[in-house]
Write a protein that binds this ligand. Sequence first.
Ligand SMILES: [Zn+2]
Length: 241
Amino acid sequence: MRSRERAPVSGQRGRVSLPRRQNLAEGVYEALKELIMDGIFPQGSRVNLDEVARELQVSQSPLREALVRLESEGLVIKEPFRGYSTAPVLSRSELEDLFEFRFVVEPWAAARAATSITDEGRALLATEMASTPQAPIGTSYHESRGMASHDARLHDLIQTLGGNAHMRAAFQRTHCHLHIIRLHYRGGMGEAALGEHHRIVEAISSGDPEAAAAAMRAHLEASQARLLPVYDDAWQGAEEG
Ligand SMILES: [Zn+2]
């Protein structure tokens, strides 16, 4: 499979237009996020407030608001005297650390969810699976956003059903789905993940903690295996070069 191509900076920024009906702050946040996620603002690049405000045709205040949100998600970094710059994408060892953490908390939460599952919990899982978008075909953030949100929502719901607020808060702080999708999205990944999600939900809904933990572990193993080849591809070198 080919690595995801990164668009050159010049001549690309104007392609993001703000949805008029949407709340302005939300629209600015989404537009900026898309520029970062798609690598149009490459990692480590400075966010020039004047320039971005001009291109999005907004004042600096919704822009600053958006940057605070993006900073809390780990997509931008604020440095004294330098302002905001885009955060680096996950390194291989950071990705491995992230998965190590997920292997501890997620199968555990899935097992706990299965142990204490109620009809209400089953209904919530079924609703999430029914709202699942079709696996995306393209590789842009815009195209993969629906799948990424479903992924984040489902894993968070399992944490909620697992019933440990500390565990859930620690999981949420990683913003793992955002960083994974920023790192890479390959066509075909979504479809495999959806099948794995169905197996996790089935095991939790049937109240089988061992099967739920095993299904979650299998999903994380498969997900990691899909992601690690990113580091063998040329794009990371190109991104850094
Ligand atoms: Zn998933």
